[in-house]
Design a binder for this molecule. Structure first.
Ligand SMILES: [Zn+2]
Length: 122
């Protein structure tokens, strides 16, 4: 099962709260234990109401990442059609953090939009 470090999850929730009502987007990195442990925010990412996108030219070639995270200013944590398109370009694990940005308001998806089981680890 997919494992997400609690500190990384809390970081995402805090970012989402701070950006609200705009969305934030970042890339997910994992540690040597294959736990999602870090969020990489990218310069020139577009943060907007109802949309957010990554400028792919700003991702350095040397950066390894396993997926993406972004927030939704609504309680709907399901991926939009646009989300599914960008999921397919940015790795295999995608987290959506939905309003009001607690651990109960997140969805984790594969790159084709299927819900993934996950656990939060210390
Ligand atoms: Zn979205």
């Amino acid at each position: 099962m997919l494992r997400i470090k609690r500190v990384a999850l809390e970081f995402m929730l805090n970012l989402a709260r701070n950006m609200y009502p705009r969305e934030f987007i970042g890339l997910l990195r994992e540690n040597e234990k294959k736990e999602i442990s870090e969020v990489l925010l990218l310069p020139r990412s577009t943060y907007g109401r109802g949309f957010s996108s990554i400028d792919h030219y700003m991702v350095p070639y040397t950066v390894k990442y396993v997926g993406s995270v972004h927030s939704h200013p609504t309680p709907n944590a399901r991926p939009s059609a646009g989300d599914l398109l960008s999921f397919s370009k940015t790795g295999g694990v995608h987290i959506i953090v939905a309003y009001p940005f607690t651990e109960n308001n997140i969805g984790v998806y594969s790159n084709n939009g299927e819900k993934l089981e996950y656990e939060v680890v210390e």
